[in-house]
Write a protein that binds this ligand. Structure first.
Ligand SMILES: [Zn+2]
Length: 567
């Protein structure tokens, strides 16, 4: 490929306030183009990286017996009604009507479509297990798009689905996919934190996510540096300790009605850990009040596990009014009728708390559950904080920010049962298949690969993913040089060579070569005219050396072998 013909040239200046350097390099290197907010075009070089990434992932999926399929991006809403997800509140479906008046969905994920496909092919236990995967576009109307490809509205995902005749079979298959994911990330030279996570709107019993440690990441993983325990903060379990102290006498103090948590702590001159943080959510069974300590946050995943159903919508003003819940003064010590109250276990174990009276005007101080007020129903419903203790070994847990790249779910019969997809087992009984779902966001992964494989000059692609293997340029206008460049392209194969044929200074060409990050730079210049030598420069190590042109093939063989990751 000639650089002069390439769509997507390098951009020299820094592009705005991109906070992930890898993403900024993809923009500057000519790999992607922003069409609109959360809508990104892959330019030809970006598309080449995408194709190579798909090939790498496909290889691993085939190893597991996976077969590639492609479901439509647009789904009939009926299959979403069947699964019960058509009314998702957290991420409402984007729907529209077709010319015949049928409601269609821009699918944000394809569990429903996969079940329908499996239904058409699985009749008896002999047809199981079934493992299918696809590379498909998803659309999610994200309220807040972030960091380009990290949170885009439209994105390409590798999603895979497995169906099994028994839970034991799903259970045996699940770690194989886990290990395939680990190998994929290793081949991409991307560090990962695999962590247990919540199942959220996906349903099912167990989930793991694969995260890229990064300070800009919105996910938080709790990590035990001693025993290696890792889990997303939303589900991580640990020991939340409260400092023991002597119980003081209960009293009441006057407080201003407009106080938020921080101003209340300042007014009363107490730390946030002496306050409670009540959060009220709407649910079909009436409002739910979840109460954690002032220095913690509610984990919706843990709360869902306790409730047996999930909540996410904060209570509306009318609901608060109807149930006489007064913001600033809500308290589990005075449980309002018709409101389900669940208190984090740490709240009841913390001495000398500040509690609202649910009426306004005053707060109790030095309140102690069990002594002053009845013990409310309690459970572990708080997200852990840095410094809480590991449940397994007692060491302090660390909180790491990270970007989620992929996740795997044991869905059990969550979808197959709801969608009435059964098969006949060996005894002739109708049974619902056990299902697993395995996702991997390719745009996020490419951003993380760029972030993990770069230096101060630009991108440094792993050999398997580089859009081109060789960056070839001639220096000087001699026809012997341009002839040698043409020969090199023939010899190395047009698909693997990017030729810088521009009339530009050597400095600009070298800088662009480094920014684009192609693994090996080959220069045909003065040394070639003098004694037939080519200059080779390895992008990763920066090592530069000269070889006679006739030895190029043997030299490249050795060089490539050194670059194949050992897995
Ligand atoms: Zn530990």
């Amino acid at each position: 490929m000639k650089y002069s013909r390439l769509i997507g040239k390098t951009i020299r200046q820094q592009s705005g306030n991109q906070t992930i350097e890898g993403y900024s390099l993809l923009l500057r290197g000519g790999y992607i183009h922003v069409l609109g907010q959360g809508l990104i075009t892959y330019l030809p070089m970006g598309q080449k990286v995408m194709d190579k990434l798909k090939h790498l992932i496909s290889t691993e999926m085939h190893e597991l017996g996976g077969e590639e399929f492609l479901a439509p991006l647009v789904n009939p809403i009926s299959i979403w009604h069947k699964s019960g997800r058509s009314g998702m509140k957290e991420n409402p479906l984007v729907t529209f009507k077709d010319v015949q008046g049928h409601t269609l969905v821009l699918a944000p994920t394809h569990e429903e479509a996969a079940v329908e496909l499996a239904r058409s092919t699985v009749l008896s236990y002999r047809d199981l297990p079934l493992f299918i995967y696809q590379f498909q576009t998803k659309f999610r109307d994200e309220q807040r798009t972030r960091l380009g490809l990290v949170r885009a509205k439209e994105f390409i995902m590798k999603d895979a689905y497995s169906f099994h005749s028994s839970y034991a079979d799903l259970n045996n298959f699940f770690p194989k996919v886990f290990n395939a994911y680990v190998r994929i990330f290793k081949k991409c030279n991307v560090p990962i934190l695999p962590a247990e996570s919540g199942v959220g709107i996906m349903g099912g019993s167990k989930a793991y996510e694969f995260l890229f440690p990064h300070e800009q990441g919105r996910d938080v993983v709790m990590v035990c540096p001693s025993c290696g325990y890792k889990a997303n903060r939303s589900v991580a379990v640990g020991v939340k300790l409260s400092k023991p102290e002597a119980l003081r006498g209960l009293s009441q103090v006057e407080t201003d009605g407009n106080l938020d948590l921080v101003s209340l702590a300042e007014t009363l001159n107490v730390p946030l850990s002496k306050l409670i943080k009540p959060r009220v959510y709407e649910s079909e069974e009436g409002p739910v009040m979840a109460v954690v300590r002032g220095d913690y946050d509610v984990s919706l995943d843990k709360l869902a596990a306790v409730l047996g159903f999930s909540v996410s919508t904060p209570a509306k003003k009318e609901t608060l009014k109807k149930y006489k819940l007064l913001p600033g003064y809500m308290s589990p010590a005075f449980p309002p009728e018709g409101v389900r109250v669940i208190v984090d276990e740490l709240v009841v174990n913390t001495p000398n708390l500040v509690l609202g009276n649910n009426k306004g005007g005053t707060h109790y101080i030095n309140a102690n559950f069990g002594r002053d007020f009845e013990l409310p129903p309690s459970a572990d419903i708080a997200q852990l904080n840095q410094g809480d203790l590991c449940f397994d070994c007692g060491k302090e847990l660390e909180a790491h920010n990270a970007i989620e790249m992929g996740n795997i779910f044991k869905l059990d019969d969550y979808y197959t049962k709801r969608m009435r997809f059964s098969f006949e087992n060996a005894k002739g009984q109708k049974v619902f298949p056990q299902m697993g779902a395995y996702g991997l966001g390719l745009g996020r992964l490419i951003t993380c690969i760029a972030e993990a494989n770069r230096d101060e000059q630009g991108l440094v692609w792993p050999l398997e993913l580089a859009p081109y293997t060789y960056f070839v340029m001639g220096i000087g206008r001699s026809s012997r040089i341009s002839g040698a460049v043409d020969e090199l392209v023939q010899e190395l194969g047009e698909d693997s060579v990017l030729v810088d044929d521009r009339i530009e200074s050597i400095g600009v060409k070298f800088r662009d070569a480094a920014l684009i990050g192609i693994p090996l730079r080959i220069v045909v210049g003065r040394r070639y005219l003098e004694n037939d030598e080519l200059e080779l420069k390895d992008r990763k190590t920066g090592v530069k050396w000269f070889i006679p042109k006739e030895r190029l093939k043997q030299e490249l063989k050795i060089w490539r072998e050194q670059h194949v990751p050992s897995i």
